[in-house]
Design a protein around this ligand. Sequence first.
Ligand code: AMP
Length: 130
Amino acid sequence: MATIFSKIVNGEIPSYKIAEDENFFAFLDINPLAKGHTLVIPKTEVDYIFDLDEETYMGLQAFARKIAIALNKAIPCKKVGVAVLGLEVPHTHIHLVPMQSEQDINFANPKKKFSPEELEAIKNQIAKAL
Ligand code: AMP
C-alpha cells in the first residue's frame, strides 16, 4: 500500500509543494513547528533514512540543502534546523525547521496553526527563493 507521502507525490492527496525533481519532493509540513517547516522526501518508499542506498541518501541531502538555503532567504530565522524522526510516517523524510531558538525545533511543542491562505503564501515565498 502506498504511503501517505507517495500519495502526495502522485497528487492523490493535496500538499503545499515547494519543489520536486525526478527523485525528490519538498512540501510544507501540515502541522508545523514553525513558519516554513518543510519536509523533504525521496520518491522511493523507504521507511528508514539509513536504509536508503547511498546514492539516494546523498541526493536527498543535496536536495534538502537547496531547500534549506531557500528557507533561509524566505523566512526570517537564525538557522534552519534539521531533524529526522520518522516515528509517524514510514516514508523517509527530513524535517527542515526555520529556528529563532532551540525551542522552535522541540517536537513536543504544540503545532502552529496557519490558514490555507497563509500556507499557500508561505509556500510561494519559499519556492520563489529557490
Ligand atoms: P514523523 O514521522 O514523526 O517525522 O512525523 C511525520 C510528520 O509528517 C509530522 O510532522 C506531520 O505533521 C507530517 N505530516 C503528516 N501527514 C502530512 C500531510 N498529509 N501533509 C504534510 N505533512 C504531513
